[in-house]
Design a protein. Structure first.
Length: 315
């Protein structure tokens, strides 16, 4: 599975190789209930074909027609859905508004550079100067995904967001299926042969290494590690590696009592207070979940809240 940005870049490169004109379209700013967030990406060719999305579909078809009539020589900032009538006509929610940057792409070379960075799980920012049309690529260590200040638009390209699950039990099955639907790469670490034999979730890769080895390969800021085995020996191995890493989310299944004991074990293993404090345990949001599917929902809701920087207010 490849991420949405990769699909757009691959399509744009293919069209350029076929000597077609290609435009990249990026959501620069949104107001109200916009269909896609800022940073969403679309590629459109001169034949009216597109890859990616900046709306529910109507904006894409509108842009395809617009570009056939007038191809941009310089990057253009376009505002759509400025009135309720426009919003309704374009399929935007009532009152919604979106500003998009439309730019012609002349060479596939920078796009290939971005694709190579994604494949190597590296972050690379693509910056567009609206005044000059200059496009540049920059290595970044920060994890922000998008920036726009009316003069420069910067979108960070990077590897697909990844979830590493420790244990191939029933709960992991539901978490994996939901995570795949959310466009995560899913890796399931299961060194126990009896569990590994039963794993059959299509699209989720099975890793038979020990949990500490699997966690060592998921230490970057676009990875989450979830310890779900109920076996302290396996879960703690993964947590001891994941908590001091750059992984954006580290969680462990179990009751409050079990996780209190787990934190003591992690301290005994040599982890400092700062690393241990990163542990989400019990994992997930307290939504009253009981069934495995409900627990999986609470886990991915909590993970999503952290990834998006949401400030939660729970009753």
């Amino acid at each position: 599975m490849i991420c949405a940005d990769q699909e757009v870049l691959v399509a744009a490169c293919a069209w350029l190789q076929q000597k077609q004109r290609v435009a990249l379209v990026t959501v620069a700013r949104t107001y109200g209930s916009s269909p896609r967030p800022a940073g969403s990406l679309l590629a459109v060719n001169a034949n009216g074909n597109w890859a990616g999305a900046v709306s529910g579909g109507c904006v894409e078809s509108h842009l395809a027609v617009r570009l056939r009539d007038a191809w941009p020589a310089q990057p253009q900032l376009i505002s759509l859905g400025t009135t309720k009538e426009d919003a309704a006509q374009l399929g935007l929610p009532c009152g919604g508004q979106v500003e998009i940057l439309v730019e012609s792409v002349e060479s596939a070379v920078p796009l290939h550079t971005l694709l190579h960075a994604i494949a190597a799980r590296k972050l690379l920012a693509r910056r567009v100067c609206l005044a000059t049309g200059e496009v540049s690529l920059h290595a970044v260590s920060r994890t922000h995904e998008f920036f726009f200040d009316n003069q420069n638009l910067e979108k960070v390209f990077g590897p697909q967001w990844r979830v590493l699950l420790i244990g191939a039990g029933q709960l992991s099955r539901f978490v994996a299926q939901m995570a795949l639907a959310l466009d995560y790469e899913v890796v399931v670490c299961e060194p126990r042969a009896e569990y590994a034999r039963q794993w059959d979730v299509a699209g989720a890769r099975l890793d038979n290494n020990m949990p500490d080895e699997a966690a060592a390969a998921a230490r970057d800021a676009r990875s989450a590690v979830l310890a779900l085995t109920h076996d302290p020996e396996l879960d703690d191995l993964a947590l001891s590696v994941a908590l001091p890493s750059d992984a954006f989310y580290v969680g462990a299944l179990g009751s409050m009592t079990n996780n209190t004991a787990r934190r003591k074990r992690l301290a005994w293993l040599g982890l400092d207070e700062q690393a241990i404090a990163r542990l989400h345990g019990p994992v997930g949001l307290p939504i009253g979940s009981k069934t495995p599917a409900e627990i999986a929902l609470s886990i991915l809701a909590g993970l999503t809240a952290v990834r998006r920087g949401a400030e939660l207010r729970l009753l």
